[in-house]
Design a protein around this ligand. Structure first.
Ligand SMILES: NC(=O)c1ccc[n+]([C@@H]2O[C@H](COP(=O)([O-])OP(=O)(O)OC[C@H]3O[C@@H](n4cnc5c(N)ncnc54)[C@H](OP(=O)(O)O)[C@@H]3O)[C@@H](O)[C@H]2O)c1
Length: 214
């Protein structure tokens, strides 16, 4: 499968690494494409089974059925609105954690989540899926935690879209867990905030993950 990623930062690189390792081709769209040649160069060795990596400017045509947003929540809504026509009918995966300016709470309205706010500004034909937000970029790039596959929680209202995202996650060597409808993104974003808080409070190395065991 071919996947487009908005952004070329930590999460974009980490998720692209897993996609490429799973034999899925990746196009990263950046507002600074001049800097991105290096990103493509760094990612290329991870590509398996003929997968390819390329970079282009945000605003370029999107042919891929899955688009993964890794741009910070507060900027993502504008970027998604700007790509509205191209997102119709596609799966849009949101990885953001909408932290406030002091990183000690979520900045989304009560009873909502970044994923739901993003779904509100995306075309109604776009199938929004929350995924990857509870796993730190370093761990995603590594692909496992404590010698076990990473759990990647997904939430969304379209079963087929979730199945597609789960397949991409599995092909990258991770363990997808369906957490339910898109509104479960509220809890997934809360869970990520808790893990971020624990890393900071206990001076953890940002390489801990939430995993369901037993
Ligand atoms: N890092 C993690 O471990 C982690 C884990 C789970 C979830 N998340 C979530 O993932 C998101 C990204 O985190 P990150 O660590 O990957 O951040 P990052 O390294 O700062 O990357 C952010 C990317 O967004 C782009 N960007 C920022 N503002 C933009 C704008 N207005 N228009 C277009 N592009 C813009 C940046 O472009 P430039 O390179 O041009 O600046 C960069 O490519 C955040 O919402 C975060 O909460 C992160």
């Amino acid at each position: 499968m071919n996947v487009t990623i908005f952004g070329t930062g930590n999460m974009a690189r980490a998720i692209a690494t897993r996609m490429l390792a799973g034999g899925n081709s990746v196009t990263l769209l950046s507002r600074t494409p001049d800097k991105s040649a290096k990103v493509a160069q760094d990612l290329a060795p991870h590509a398996k089974k003929g997968a390819t990596v390329r970079v282009a400017a945000l605003g370029s045509a999107i042919a891929d059925p899955v688009v993964i947003n890794t741009i910070w929540f507060h900027s993502a809504q504008e970027v998604i609105k700007a790509h509205s026509d191209q997102l119709k009918g596609k799966i849009l995966v949101d990885v953001t954690n909408p932290l406030n300016q002091t990183f000690d709470d979520l900045a989304t309205p009560p009873g909502s989540s970044a994923a739901e706010e993003i779904a509100r500004v995306a075309p109604k034909e776009t199938k929004v899926v929350k995924a990857f937000n509870t796993t730190f970029a370093g761990l995603i790039a590594q692909g496992h935690v404590a010698n076990q596959p990473l759990d990647v929680f997904i939430a969304g209202d379209d079963a087929q879209a979730k199945a597609t995202v789960a397949q991409l996650i599995e092909e990258g060597g991770q363990h997808p867990i369906d957490a339910g409808p898109l509104k479960r993104a509220r809890q997934l974003e809360g869970l990520a905030l808790l893990n971020i808080t624990l890393q900071a409070k206990h001076a953890k190395p940002w390489m801990n993950s939430v995993k369901i065991v037993g």
